[in-house]
Design a protein around this ligand. Structure first.
Ligand SMILES: Nc1ncnc2c1ncn2[C@@H]1O[C@H](COP(=O)(O)OP(=O)(O)O)[C@@H](O)[C@H]1O
Ligand SMILES: O=C(O)C1=C[C@@H](OP(=O)(O)O)[C@@H](O)[C@H](O)C1
Ligand SMILES: [Mg+2]
Length: 176
């Protein structure tokens, strides 16, 4: 009952480190609930007309972050959606407060050990990872984990597939 009150028709926002499954699980949760799904990264790519790696190369991270903020503010305005955003967006205090005050924020928590095995599949499409060594990535992983500790619901994804994670979110928040 209490969870239903927390979630209501508020937007659900998935947060967590790069590659923990925010996009995949967000899409799956939206499909199961019949709610609209917005992936902020996808919208940024549409706005620039190019993939994220190219945006970073041609326009720089600053331009990327500015568009990211603009689009989050735009899409958060209306309730009822499932939103996934890039792992870096939540680092900004203003975005973090906006998300926490308006929406149900779900932290997808993957252990370093599980994430490290997936890392090689992520590098090509995550410019932030490309310039770091593995020990530096590990430091960033734990640094960011502290930021993601501000959330409404934490899901341990280590032993769950994306559809199982979506089912878990729906069940715990009593959504349907
Ligand atoms: N729970 C999971 N188990 C196994 N693979 C996963 C899981 N969640 C995501 N993945 C895989 O990890 C990759 C990154 O997922 P993605 O949804 O893009 O993450 P994010 O949006 O958090 O960066 C994809 O190839 C996806 O299939
Ligand atoms: O954490 C970050 O700074 C970023 C995460 C990426 O999204 P995912 O978290 O979906 O990989 C994407 O927004 C961009 O490459 C920057
Ligand atoms: Mg994503």
């Amino acid at each position: 009952m209490e969870n239903k009150h927390i979630a209501g028709e508020k937007n659900l926002i998935l947060i967590g480190f790069m590659g923990v499954g925010k996009t995949t699980i967000g899409e799956e949760t939206a499909r199961k609930l019949g709610r609209p799904f917005i992936d902020i990264d996808k919208e940024i790519e549409v706005a620039f007309g190019m993939p994220i790696t190219q945006i970073f190369k041609e326009h720089g991270e600053k331009a990327f972050r500015s568009k990211e903020k603009e689009l989050i503010k735009y899409y958060i305005e209306e309730n009822g959606k499932i939103l996934s955003m890039g792992g870096g967006a939540f680092l900004r205090e203003d975005i973090r407060q906006l998300c926490l005050n308006t929406s149900t924020v779900i932290f997808l928590d993957t252990s370093w050990e599980v994430w490290e095995k997936r890392m090689h599949t992520l590098i090509d499409t995550r410019p932030i990872l490309q310039k770091l060594s593995v020990p530096e990535i590990k430091d960033l992983f734990y640094e960011r984990k502290e930021i993601y500790s501000s959330h409404h619901l934490r899901v341990d994804t280590d032993k769950l597939t994306p559809p199982q994670t979506a089912d878990y979110i729906i069940e715990v928040l009593k959504l349907q």
